[in-house]
Design a protein around this ligand. Sequence first.
Ligand SMILES: [Zn+2]
Length: 362
Amino acid sequence: MKFSLYLGSYKNVKVFIHWTFSLLLLWIIISNMRQGMPGMDILWIIIFVLALFACVVMHEFGHALAAQKYGIQTKDIVLYPIGGVARLEKLPEDPKQELWVAIAGPLVNVGLFVILSIILSFTGYNLENLELEELRIRPNTILLYIASANLILAVFNMLPAFPMDGGRVLRALLSIRLPRAKATQIAGGIGQFLAIFFVFFGLFNNPILVLIGIFIFLGAAAEVSHTQQESFLKGYKVKDALMMKFQIIAFDAPLSKAVEKLLNSQATHFVVVKDDVAVGTLSRNEIIKGLKEGNEDTIIEQVADFSPLKIETEEDLDEAWKKMMMDNKKVAFIIENGHFLGILDQENIGEFVMVKSALTKA
Ligand SMILES: [Zn+2]
């Protein structure tokens, strides 16, 4: 993970914290200092936030360890200021498995809430005698805060809307009876309805709800189109969408050569060759980046990607597409019997889907 700090690993799942997390802490410190809050209070807020994110890590491990039970590995868990993300190498498609993997995260928070509540009840914490002054975060109140936060995390994540866990739980329940694409469509629709409600309600009450609404709306739309795409790719092999015609460029040519080809053709990426052998790929983004950092004379070798994703022709197209998405590759090398045969690119897969969906509707 770029720009992330490695925290450690458990059961082969690495945990990273993204650099923007430090902005969250900085923002807490500065905004509270400007309001004249004593340093001690700020320190306790920071401790609370860190404890909260420890709970988020446990939530993500809920997903990761449930997935591991079904033989699905998790690449890593990354903590962002808005929450954690467990990057599973793939999502289970069996409804029962998806249900358990999705619900395991919120269940961890429910578990933490119950445990902390029991501890709180034993320490004889009496909510009725609580003075407003004591509601500041302190050693005696922090458990109460963390317990409540876990309850909120569980409820929030169980909202039946993508990309929340609740959206996946809903989809899994629906797809016990319905085809997966249909189930996703219904779950996505419910999610978007909820999102619009959030936005409207938020406009009059709380702007943060508007942001959450937009986030959910986009997440739901992305999940629906993603699943539709996936269902259209089902049953096809990589060789069905393979591109044998592509632009090549020499590894030692200057960027100006690539710019010329970019402007004079439909191609947005190129296969980089060395001694007549395909050795890497050069995308439009890499060309632009190279021009920004250097100039037109920069040699292609310095900006091209020399570790292209390699996929076999007989592989399932939907699996290949998932691999490309996961590795964030716009283009992949297609290999047959150990030899380079052609390329597969995301745009081309998109066109493939458009053609197939037009044909099925006709
Ligand atoms: Zn979750």
